[in-house]
Design a protein around this ligand. Structure first.
Ligand SMILES: Nc1ncnc2c1ncn2[C@@H]1O[C@H](COP(=O)(O)OP(=O)(O)O)[C@@H](O)[C@H]1O
Ligand SMILES: [Mg+2]
Length: 286
């Protein structure tokens, strides 16, 4: 990201932001609400807004993709995103297996191996319960849905994975599980940009942080050193808040069987058949 400036209807909301993240590195974008984190994420992913103008460079694997939507980016400049609200990020009527399968096919996985690819991805995010692939999002807990979103993001084999406050809406057990999945599954070839306002969560996952305030980078440094060497008043404030807070202590990835509070919610809804979903799926795939 070089000198990224974003204006919406003439108002400068992101102002000369510079940072970089290496393959395999987990970088945190830290900042209070309204500091410009999500807008910066939009620029990385290539989502535009009405009235938005953008200048500067967004370099992914050396290719400048600033202002380019995902469909107009080369394969080596792929960026995937995980959002805070997992419910609206997934199609509500299509089974999660089909949603992941569609993404795998789009990225060139041969039809014969899509099914095993779906199972592998679900297992990699701790969702290997039998029948999981046939469920629709409403038949999963919030933490399970967010792990499906991570599996979907990984299905496109992105060079960069941007996760915008992916744990904010989750209880502490589901939060720890999602963090552990990100820690384990974002592999050597992928860079993670993890967005949060929570320095404690950032420190448990990321090696380095870039701190944003009012759309500008105010501080940058390795974690956890940034915690006790904070120079900018805003980072000092975050640091004090993080010290006052208790971190989730469970850093292992429990299986669903051992996670009672993150279990599948019983659903009165019958599982839809592939036939009833075909029309929706075709519409979604477009
Ligand atoms: N669509 C938009 N139109 C106008 N202003 C926006 C829009 N989205 C965000 N903003 C403004 O841009 C600033 C940064 O927003 P955002 O990137 O969402 O912050 P963060 O994710 O750090 O909470 C805020 O002042 C917000 O009000
Ligand atoms: Mg935001």
């Amino acid at each position: 990201m070089r000198n990224l400036t974003m204006r919406v209807h003439g108002r400068t909301l992101v102002d000369g932001v510079d940072f970089s993240v290496e393959p395999g590195e987990r970088l945190c974008l830290l900042g209070a609400s309204g500091s410009g984190k999500s807008l910066t994420a939009r620029a990385v992913v290539g989502q535009s807004l009405p009235g938005m103008t953008l200048s500067g460079q967004v370099l992914v694997d050396g290719c400048d993709v600033a202002g380019r939507p995902p469909s107009r980016r080369p394969a080596n400049a792929r960026v995937a995103m995980v959002f805070q609200d997992s419910a609206s990020a997934l199609h509500p009527l299509i089974t999660i297996g089909s949603q992941i399968g569609t993404t795998l096919r789009r990225h060139g996985v041969p039809a014969a191996t899509v099914r095993s690819g779906v199972d592998d991805l679900l297992a990699s995010v701790g969702l290997d319960t039998p029948g999981m692939a046939s469920r629709v999002p409403s038949q999963l807990s919030g933490g399970q849905r967010q792990r499906v979103c991570i599996a979907l993001a990984l299905a496109s084999r992105p060079g960069v994975l941007v996760a915008d406050e992916p744990t904010t809406a989750l209880d502490v057990v589901a939060q720890a599980t999602v963090l552990e999945v990100l820690r384990q599954q974002v592999g050597a070839g992928t860079a993670l940009v993890f967005i949060t306002h929570d320095l404690a969560v950032a420190t448990s996952l990321c090696e380095r942080a870039v701190v944003l305030a009012s759309g500008q980078v105010v501080e940058e440094g390795p974690l956890p050193e940034l915690l006790w060497q904070a120079k900018h008043p805003y980072t000092q404030e975050l640091s004090a808040a993080a010290y006052a807070q208790t971190l989730p202590s469970d850093q292992t990835l429990p299986s669903d069987q051992t996670l009672p509070s993150d279990q599948t919610q019983p659903s009165s809804q019958p599982l839809p058949t592939d036939q009833t979903l075909r029309a929706d799926r075709a519409a979604w795939a477009r």
